[in-house]
Design a binder for this molecule. Structure first.
Ligand code: NAP
Length: 475
């Protein structure tokens, strides 16, 4: 049946009886799902819950402060949250405040869209040393996420930081470390991060990839942006730019790959014979190196003093893909901080099937497999931690298509459910102090007001106490 016909029938079926839906996670995947469900089902009553008192997930905590244009999606999400058939309840944590089975008892449809709030591990020696962070921790720190506002990364012990991975998250954290702080001061960066960056002695950032310039996971727009930072010297070894027939083939099949290679080659040529200059900021692209172990400082026990890297070569594994293989040759880069930007990871919850290898909930077009009908996923929890905000539009469309089909076929939405009313009773019984959208609006107003004094779009509240106090303040 076509999606169009399914929508028409479903809308008619539910015009008299509400379809109670709970979406867990108020990031892009959650809000796009809510938007599409509201449009597809006249009878849908949607509650969006989030463990944080603030909505918008990755848009608030993940998008870099110097990318305000990406945050415009918030306007659309805010309209969805204020729709008469939609409600936001923050400070409600699935897994501790509520169980999945409790939610499923209350709602016809539960959509899990809580993203990827953990990190892939390298599983190598020294990974727990002080000064080794995941890029997510660092991003949450500079974005004022209340779980990481007290991280205190040491930016003063040396002039060098190493970033492992060459995706867009790696570029984000490199840019924040290297961009002149005068350019960050007027963004919504957390003040504790701005102050630390203003005092930072980091001048050299090594961006380490296990494969070559043709395979770097970053995108051209973001690469151009970092290459364009004022007074930043780019260092790329000429030898890393030589290409094999397999690389040529990859570039022939992907204009994006070719463009990135050309940009890197141009940057290498422009760098010329620069020898280094005291205080000058430098970005070193290091290719064909994989992390072997983290080195512990002799002077400062328990802290990282460098990374031992193994040189790699590429091996074709069919269908045009090349993987990195260690050569048994090693070298060190000394540094006082390492950021692992090798990918985010979703976290399982009790009662939910989970594919630990892929880090996703096993699903077919958003339908969670091996469970009673009515449970769905969307976003990074559904497809893994890749893609930009807009990718979630298509992802949500697919999940909502599956929901519509299941309702139409009679597998979902037939029984009586309590929806919001039952949720409110349960939260009250459990003494969970949820923050509704009006509570968020108070936080929002306070942050914007505080931002005026500092010439910023907002000054984020960065502790749980401050956020909850602002949400419950008298207006
Ligand atoms: P990503 O794009 O998947 O990049 C991960 C990087 O880590 C790759 O260079 C990968 O190398 C490397 N890596 C993975 N496992 C490794 C290991 N065991 N050892 C060494 N290196 C390893 O992930 P991401 O940077 O976290 O980004 C997540 C998604 O968000 C991406 O789709 C990204 O485009 C998007 N994003 C977009 C923006 C933007 O549009 N401005 C900003 C941030 C993020 P291999 O390629 O060899 O696996």
């Amino acid at each position: 049946m076509s999606m169009f016909l399914a929508r028409r029938l479903v809308t008619r079926c539910f015009s008299s009886r509400p379809l109670h839906v709970c979406i867990v996670g108020s990031g892009p995947a959650g809000f796009y799902t809510a938007d599409k469900l509201l449009k597809a089902h006249e009878g849908a009553r949607i509650d969006i819950i989030d463990r944080l008192p603030t909505p918008y997930g990755l848009v608030r905590s993940g998008v870099a402060p110097d990318h305000p244009e990406t945050k415009i999606a918030i306007n659309q999400f805010s309209r969805v949250a204020q729709h008469e058939r939609c409600a936001f309840y923050g400070n409600v944590k699935l897994g501790s405040d509520l169980s999945l089975s409790e939610l499923r008892d209350l709602y016809h449809v539960v959509v899990l869209a809580y993203g990827a709030e953990s990190d892939k591990d390298l599983g190598i020696q020294g990974e727990s040393l002080g000064g080794v962070f995941s890029a997510r921790e660092f991003v949450w720190w500079y974005n004022g996420h209340p779980d990481y506002s007290s991280l205190k990364p040491d930016l003063k012990s040396s002039d060098t930081a190493v970033i492992l991975g060459q995706g867009n998250v790696a570029l984000d954290v490199a840019r924040i470390l290297l961009r002149p702080t005068t350019e960050l001061a007027s963004t919504d960066i957390a003040t504790h991060a701005l102050s630390a960056l203003e005092e930072s002695s980091i001048r050299k950032v090594y961006l380490v990839g296990r494969r070559g310039p043709v395979q770097a996971a970053l995108t051209a727009k973001e690469l151009r942006e970092i290459l364009g930072i004022k007074n930043l010297h780019i260092r790329i070894k000429e030898t890393d730019l030589s290409v094999t027939p397999a690389d040529e083939e990859e570039m022939k099949n992907s204009r994006a790959r070719k463009r990135i290679y050309e940009l890197l080659s141009k940057a290498a040529a422009a760098a010329g014979t620069f020898e280094g200059d005291c205080g000058q900021r430098e970005l070193h692209f290091v290719f064909f190196r994989q992390p072997e172990r983290f080195l512990e400082s002799d002077e400062s026990k328990g802290r990282v003093s460098g990374v031992n890297l193994e040189k790699t070569i590429l091996e074709s594994v069919g269908s045009g893909k090349q993987i990195a293989v260690g050569t048994g040759e090693f070298e060190d880069i000394n540094c006082s901080m390492v950021l692992k930007a090798i990918g985010y990871q979703s976290v399982p919850i009790n009662g939910l099937p989970f594919d630990h290898k892929k880090g996703i909930v096993p699903n077919v077009r958003g339908r969670v497999v091996s469970t009673e009908p009515g449970l769905y996923v969307c976003g990074w929890l559904k497809r893994g931690p890749v893609g930009i905000i807009a990718t979630n539009l298509y992802c949500a469309e697919e999940t909502v298509g599956s929901i519509s089909q299941d309702i139409e076929e009679g597998g979902v939405g037939k029984s009586e459910k309590e929806g919001s009313k039952g949720l409110m009773q349960l939260l009250e019984k459990k003494e969970v102090k949820m923050v509704d959208f009006s509570g968020w609006e108070k936080i929002d107003a306070k942050e914007k007001q505080m931002g005026i004094d500092r010439n910023k779009p907002r000054e984020k509240l960065v502790t749980w106490e401050d956020l909850l106090a602002a949400a419950s303040a008298d207006s």
